[in-house]
Design a protein around this ligand. Structure first.
Ligand SMILES: *Cc1c(COP(=O)(O)O)cnc(C)c1O
Ligand code: SF4
Length: 380
């Protein structure tokens, strides 16, 4: 057995294995009741990072009775099951699909949007379903990008993962392959030299990792990321904004800056989804916007992810920016506010009349901007 497999076996996989100081109950519900609906997995590496069960690492994986005291919220908040043409594929956007290749993960995050399937017997993804997914992509020439997700694709054994990657690479219209993985942050021992030399045969391959707190960036996690980066895989990070975990501008700034030092580019900061059993993690949207304001201009643009809300019911990811930056856009003037609160005007370019008409825009008269008529000659 490899080290990472041993860490899974030796971890906490049942509520009865939780140390006494990690136990809790509320309104007559305890963690044993939680585990009947939402499985538990805290592998031996990740549990070693927990000093306080109510701290930022503990909260992400220690079951909370709150999870089963929520009966209202949707089980499938993003309507993924509705956009699923075959069971392993979610096809929502025109040119790319999500391919759910497993329901296993290195840890079972309590805030997971896919709690409905993660680690459950019903959620298991069969080889037949994976083959169907590959066929679906092969039959859909518009799909030029696939995101392998789940669950965590790196939980699959090397040869099975390689089977999936090689099947996908035989599809001529598929340009890029992405893997979403929690492994480098929660079970970095899984990133072995063998895995890296296998992965690098399937470029262009991208990976989006999932770090939520600077304490997850340990020497082991750094090593795993460096090995993946050395295999030529561009690394991004998708972070979920969560109450009591990382809802603080200083913590997130530190996380995003540290990620760059291990060659991981912050990609998305997610507003927490409205998921049954995970609502106790939600923060007001204003908290996220305030955090974005404290990042923009104050640190490297490279360290700043897009802040997105995955729209309930299947609207997809929608980026949101603090409103302060764009004050107005009238009569050729774009009035802007910078990160220090100072106001600047950018004289906009006004399209020539012909282009405006072709573009279906109103205004028959050419407009005169503050610097005179900048409509130019435009073929007239
Ligand atoms: C997030 C997501 C993708 C990938 O979106 P990008 O913005 O391209 O990273 C694709 N399909 C589904 C269903 C998704 O939720
Ligand atoms: S690793 Fe990802 S898919 Fe798995 S439980 Fe955590 S958030 Fe959900």
């Amino acid at each position: 057995m490899e080290e990472w497999q041993q860490l899974l076996v030796d971890g906490i996989n049942r509520s009865s294995q939780l140390p006494p100081e990690w136990r809790s109950s509320k309104e007559g519900v305890d963690q044993g009741d939680v585990e009947k609906t939402f499985p538990i997995r805290i592998n031996g590496y990740y549990s070693s990072l927990i000093s306080d069960p109510d701290g930022p690492i503990g909260r992400q994986v220690i079951p909370d009775p709150e999870e089963v005291l929520d009966f209202e919220s949707p089980v499938d908040p993003l309507g993924e099951d509705t956009d699923s043409p075959v069971s392993a594929i979610v096809h929502r956007y025109p040119d790319r699909v999500l391919f759910l290749v497993t329901n296993q993960c290195p840890i079972y995050c309590r805030y997971c949007t896919r709690k409905r399937m993660i680690g459950t017997p019903e959620g298991v993804v069969t080889r037949r379903e994976v083959e169907e997914g590959v066929e679906y992509i092969r039959d859909h020439p518009e799909v030029r990008d696939v995101v392998l997700s789940g669950g965590d694709p790196l939980m699959l054994k090397d040869d099975y993962l390689e089977f999936i990657l090689s099947e996908l690479r035989r599809i001529p219209h598929l340009e890029i392959i992405r893997i979403g993985s929690r492994v480098p942050s929660s079970l970095p021992q899984r990133v072995t030299p063998e895995l890296c030399s296998m992965l690098k045969k399937y470029h262009p391959l991208f990976m989006n990792l999932h770090f939520n707190h600077p304490d997850e960036i340990t020497p082991q996690a750094s090593l795993a990321c460096n090995m993946l980066a050395d295999a030529g895989i561009p690394l991004g990070c998708q972070t979920v904004l969560m109450k009591g975990v990382n809802d603080d501008p200083d913590i997130l700034k530190k996380l995003f800056q540290k990620l760059l030092t291990i060659r991981v580019k912050p990609y998305y900061l997610y507003q927490a989804d409205l998921t049954r059993g995970a609502n106790h993690f939600r923060t007001p949207v204003a908290v996220g916007l305030e955090i974005m304001k404290k990042l923009q201009g104050h640190t490297s643009g490279m360290a700043i992810p897009h802040f997105v809300i995955d729209a309930p019911g299947g609207g997809g990811k929608i980026p949101i920016l603090p409103q302060e930056y764009l004050i107005s856009m009238e009569e050729g003037d774009v009035v802007l506010r910078n990160y220090e609160g100072n106001v600047f005007t950018y004289p906009d370019i006004i399209l020539p009349e012909t282009v405006r008409e072709e573009g279906g825009l109103a205004s028959p008269e050419p407009e005169v901007g503050p610097l005179g008529n900048r409509n130019g000659h435009a073929g007239k």
